[in-house]
Design a binder for this molecule. Structure first.
Ligand SMILES: [Mg+2]
Length: 387
C-alpha cells in the first residue's frame, strides 16, 4: 500500500477520479488514512430538517452529521442515489471532518438568492432573506405543471425577481433539465426580452440537448450563456459537457465531486483547458454542508459569479447557524465558527426517528465499505484498489 505524492492540477483530477469509476480515498493531495467505520459512525447524528417550501419535491431534508478531528461534516446523498454515488458524497464528508478545508484565498464568498417555483407576489420576501444579494437564481420548468402554464408562470416569476432586485440585479434561471431545446429557446427568448440573463442553468437534460439549444440561441441572435449542473455532477465524465462546447459556466457542488479538493482540481481543469468559470452551489444542505461549500469557494483562485450557498433560508430549522449573509456575501471565518460546535439540544430538536436513523447508519456503512475497498491508504478493509 503506497501513499500517493501530493498531485496538483490536472494530475490531481486524473489521479483522483480514475475515470470516475468509483470514489477513492484519500482526497487528492492528502495522505490521511481512511477513518475506521466505527469512528465514522461513533458520533454520527441523523437529522430531519423541515423545509419552508417544497423543493426538489421534498418537504424535509434528511442528513447525517459526522464529527472528525477537523470538525463536523454533513453527509446527505439524496434517497434515489445508489451506494456508488453515495460513496462520492461520503468521500466529501470524510474529507471535511478528517482532513479539513483547503487553504482559503478570500475572506468572503458572494452569494445569490434562490427563488423556488413561487407565485410572483411571494418573490420579494424570498429575495429579501439574502440581504444585499445582487444576483438571484430562479427555479423554472416546474415538474408536474402543464408546460404552457409553467412557461407563463416562469416569465411572470422572473419579472417579479427583476423588480425585487432592482436596477443592476443579475438573474439566472435553473430548469433542472426540464426543457426540450425548442421549449428552452422559446422561454429564454421571452425572458431575455425582459432584460439580460446571467445564464440558464441546465436548461435541457442531456449534452445533445444543450448543444441543440446553443445552436438555436445563436441562430436567434440571443446572448444567453448556458451553465451545466446535472451534466457535471451526475455524469460519468464531468468534462464531456464542456468538451462538446455545450457549457459556458460550470456549477460545481462539493459532495458529488468527492470534496473540496476534487472540486478545486476540476475547476482548475475547466479554467485552464476550457476557459469555463465555475459557480459553487449547495445541495439543499444544512448550515454544516453550506459552510463546507463556502470554504471550497473561498479556496478557488478565480470566482467571477455569486455562489448558490445562501440556501439556508429554504430550511425551517437548522442544526447550526444560520449563516448570516452580509452585503450579499458569506464571511468564511464566520461560517466556519458558526458550524464548529453543534449544540446537542439543537441536534436533538431535529433528531430522526429511530428507524430512519438506523436506515441511514446502514446506508453509511455500505458507502464506507465502497471507499474502504477502493482506498489507497487502508481503513481496515484491505484489498487496496481492488474494486
Ligand atoms: Mg441546478
Amino acid at each position: 500500500m503506497t501513499s500517493p505524492t501530493a498531485p496538483t492540477g490536472a494530475s490531481a483530477w486524473t489521479a483522483w477520479t480514475g475515470g470516475r469509476a468509483s470514489a477513492v480515498w484519500p482526497p487528492p493531495g492528502t495522505d490521511v488514512p481512511l477513518p475506521a467505520q466505527d469512528d465514522v459512525l461513533g458520533e454520527a447524528r441523523v437529522v430531519v430538517v423541515p423545509l419552508r417550501t417544497r423543493f426538489r419535491g421534498l418537504l424535509a431534508r434528511e442528513a447525517v452529521l459526522l464529527r472528525g478531528p477537523a470538525g463536523w461534516a454533513e453527509w446527505a446523498p439524496f434517497a434515489e442515489y445508489d451506494d456508488d454515488e453515495a460513496a462520492w458524497w461520503l468521500l466529501a464528508a470524510l474529507e471535511a471532518a478528517w482532513v479539513g478545508p483547503p487553504a482559503p484565498v478570500r475572506a468572503a464568498v458572494p452569494v445569490n438568492a434562490t427563488v423556488p417555483a413561487l407565485a410572483p407576489g411571494e418573490v420579494a420576501d424570498v429575495v429579501a432573506r439574502v440581504p444585499g444579494a445582487r444576483t438571484a437564481k430562479v427555479k423554472v420548468a416546474e415538474p408536474g405543471v402543464e408546460p404552457a402554464r409553467a412557461d407563463a408562470e416562469d416569465v411572470d416569476r422572473v419579472a417579479a425577481v427583476r423588480s425585487a432586485l432592482g436596477p443592476g440585479g443579475r438573474v439566472r434561471v435553473d430548469a433542472n433539465g426540464g426543457w426540450s431545446p425548442e421549449r428552452a429557446a422559446r422561454v429564454l427568448a421571452a425572458l431575455a426580452a425582459q432584460g439580460p440573463l446571467e445564464y440558464a442553468e441546465q436548461p435541457c437534460a442531456d449534452v445533445a440537448g444543450l448543444v441543440d439549444l446553443r445552436a438555436r440561441l445563436a441562430a436567434a441572435g440571443l446572448d444567453v450563456p448556458v451553465a451545466a449542473d446535472e451534466s457535471i455532477r451526475r455524469a460519468a465524465d464531468p468534462l464531456a459537457v464542456v468538451r462538446a462546447g455545450a457549457a459556458d459556466v460550470a456549477v460545481l457542488k462539493v459532495p458529488p465531486l468527492g470534496g473540496a479538493r476534487g472540486l478545486l482540481a476540476l475547476a482548475e481543469v475547466l479554467r485552464r483547458d476550457h476557459g469555463v468559470p465555475v459557480v459553487v452551489s449547495s445541495a439543499l444542505d444544512t448550515s454544516v454542508g453550506l459552510a463546507a461549500g463556502v470554504r471550497a469557494a473561498a479556496a478557488l483562485p478565480d470566482l467571477a459569479h455569486a455562489c448558490g450557498l445562501a440556501t439556508g433560508s429554504l430550511l425551517a430549522a437548522d442544526v447550526a447557524g444560520p449563516l448570516v449573509v452580509v452585503d450579499g456575501a458569506l464571511d468564511v471565518a464566520a461560517a466556519t465558527a458558526a458550524t464548529a460546535d453543534l449544540s446537542p439540544a439543537r441536534l436533538d430538536a431535529v433528531a430522526a426517528r429511530a428507524d430512519v436513523a438506523a436506515a441511514w447508519r446502514e446506508r453509511l456503512g455500505r458507502a464506507w465499505r465502497r471507499l474502504a475497498t477502493a482506498s489507497r491508504t487502508g481503513g481496515g478493509a484491505g484489498s487496496a484498489g481492488a474494486r
